[in-house]
Design a protein around this ligand. Structure first.
Ligand code: FUL
Length: 499
């Protein structure tokens, strides 16, 4: 082997190993200096299932159940199943309404806190099987799963750990009951893409609270549905901390994890479960330098931003005139997906078992608005330059598998866009190549007026996607400066658009 080939093989092997070593979590050693911690943070990457989920951008919730018929948000578990009768139920209409709104995956509330099951569970009578709907022969979970498969939309389940009906709740036996129900849902309906656990933990019918056996549930999900992300009270996806649809200005997907399971970290077969989420994930900045310097470990734990299209999670006729408008939904899109989150938008079916007409229409208009804005990247025709020019056009090629990065590890970098003809824009979109980590800490967008550069907008974190809206600008010389980053930034997309 000549020297050149030797070097090439060496680099290939090195890349292979660095790829293998990149993980979705890392332990911080006591003697790690700040620079080492930054390097570790910059190299944490999402798991395959987290990446797939992040790229969905917009997902949906269907809150439906006995509450739909009692006009309540939280049932007490004493509701009579005979109230449940969605006579015109059409799950294909639900999933189609979601899909027409750009939603790529939906989650059905198989059981909410009231304990009423939307599938005929063998383990309780408190379910659709005791209702008049389809003479007790129906199964809503199946109808939704089938509709998802038919329309190519992802399928997820919400199973409330808090059960206000089940008599064993508050005892050890409840954990078996819950595992049995979870097993039914994970084995009878094909592929499950997301399992959503709520944090609510109130009293059951006997006045006792339950100690949830999360670890057993996680292991069961990994075994039966390895592709599913486990959300909120789970290790893959974190609740953003509000139910407004508005995420944080500074949203790190890499956050401190002080309870990494040491033995699982070093056991390959257990690595999937090394991270046990705990503690409150609220606050303005969860993963900034000050936070990670004090951490014992770091983990990729991205944010999900949930909100309902109506004031309530369940359908109420009195809220028919309070459906969020396409304009409001667009603002939410900018502040959730555009702030490094996945939007989880709830669309509650009504008593007929259909998504209300106004929700359907608003969803469609919302999607049309988003498509219009992002149809043409005005930078496509720009000449791009930077300190290092290798691979620059990849910034505007609309290909999520390509990215640009400066060759040195300079944390500051500047990209210049020169156009033959001035462009008019008011929206910026930036995306990092998160397959290799999240790094950007601060950036500024500027344009040239005469001899001076004027600021248009600035931001902190980027992550999967950062969207900024600002007053309309017309310019032919534009630059994006990354003013702070953990190691070298890796940018997969930059776009300017006109709303
Ligand atoms: C909350 C629940 O209590 C609400 O009813 C709803 O399901 C929401 C998504 O999560 O914690």
């Amino acid at each position: 082997m000549n020297f050149k080939n030797y070097i090439i093989s060496f680099v290939i092997i090195l890349c292979y190993y660095s790829q293998l070593n990149a993980q979705s979590y890392v332990l911080i050693e006591q003697d790690d200096l700040p620079a080492k911690i930054i390097e570790k943070a910059a190299n944490i990457i999402p798991t395959e299932r987290q990446l797939r989920w992040q790229e969905l951008e917009v997902t949906g919730f269907f809150h439906f159940g006995i509450n739909t018929f009692t006009d309540r948000e939280w049932g007490d578990g004493k509701e009579d199943p005979s109230l449940f009768n969605p006579e015109a139920l059409d799950a294909v209409q639900w999933v189609k309404a979601a899909k027409d709104g750009g939603i790529k995956q939906v989650i059905i509330t198989a059981k909410h806190h009231d304990g009423f099951c939307l599938w005929p569970s063998k383990y309780t009578k408190h379910s659709v099987a005791s209702s008049p709907w389809k003479q007790g022969k129906g199964d809503i979970v199946r109808e939704v799963a089938n509709a998802c498969r038919k329309l190519g939309v992802g399928f997820g389940i919400y199973l409330s750990p808090w059960d206000r009906h089940e008599s064993t709740y508050g005892t050890v036996a409840y954990n078996d009951f819950f595992v049995n129900q979870l097993t039914e849902l994970l084995t009878q309906y094909g592929v499950v893409d997301e399992v959503w656990f709520d944090g609510a933990n109130g009293e059951g019918p006997n006045g006792k609270k339950q100690v949830y056996d999360f670890e057993r549930w996680y292991a069961l999900i990994r075994k039966l549905q390895p592709r599913a992300v486990i959300a909120v009270m789970g290790p893959d996806v974190r609740w953003v901390g509000t139910e407004t649809g508005y995420g944080r200005e500074t949203e790190w997907s890499v956050v401190p994890a002080d309870n990494l399971d040491q033995s699982a970290v070093s056991d390959n077969s257990q690595q999937d479960l090394a991270f046990k989420p705990s503690g409150d994930m609220r606050g303005d900045d969860l993963g900034g330098r000050e936070k990670i310097y004090k951490a014992k470990g770091l983990v990729w734990y991205p944010a999900e931003t949930d909100v309902s299209i109506r004031p309530g999670w369940f359908y109420h006729t009195k809220e028919d005139d309070q459906v969020k408008t396409p304009e409001k939904l667009l603002d939410i899109y900018f502040n959730s997906v555009g702030k490094n989150g996945v939007l989880l938008l709830n669309i509650p079916p009504d008593k007929r078992g259909r998504i209300h007409e106004s929700d359907v229409q608003y969803l469609r208009e919302w999607k049309k608005n988003i498509d219009n804005i992002f149809e043409t990247n005005l930078l496509e025709k720009a000449e791009i330059s930077a300190a290092n020019v290798t691979g620059l056009p990849r910034l505007v090629d609309n290909n999520k598998e390509t990215y640009w990065t400066p060759t040195d590890t300079d944390s500051e970098t500047e990209l210049l866009f020169t156009l033959d003809e001035a462009i008019t824009f008011n929206v910026l979109s930036v995306q990092e190549f998160i397959k290799k980590g999240q790094r950007i800490e601060q950036f500024v967008l500027e344009y040239k007026e005469g001899d001076s550069w004027k600021e248009v907008a600035r931001g902190t974190t980027v992550g999967y996607k950062r969207l900024l809206k600002f007053d309309t600008v017309r310019a032919d010389n534009i630059r994006l400066r990354i003013t702070s980053s953990r190691l070298n930034p890796m940018i997969s997309h930059i776009g300017l658009y006109k709303q």
